[in-house]
Design a protein. Sequence first.
Length: 134
Amino acid sequence: YSRALSTVYWPGDGMSGELVGCHSAALARYGTTNLRKLLKAGVPIVATRGKSHPYPCGSRLLLRNPSTRYYSIGIKMDTGPYHCYSPLGDKKVMFLCKKPSFRRSHIDITPKIAKELGHIGYQYLDIWLLEGPI
């Protein structure tokens, strides 16, 4: 179990790429690594990164919004978030945030999951690993 600040992402939001970060898992399970195609197919994609949320690609995660108490299941098919914020609020996409920059969130969810959770765009989520890579 862990708790993390989360944001919502989608293709073309200025922060996501066209391809998911979990290439092997996405190809094995869905036959594509294209983010738009996976979302169109209804895949509930989650992106996590970092030592505090080291879920392997292809893992199924149970997500709970502590504010609404709604649950959803997501599959880690992407890595991120990669946006860093300066103390003045400027935003940049970087693999590593250089001090004094920081990350605002540690997990990205897609609009489908956000809707199921009653997510308002930027808030904490509780996360449980249901099963490892599939």
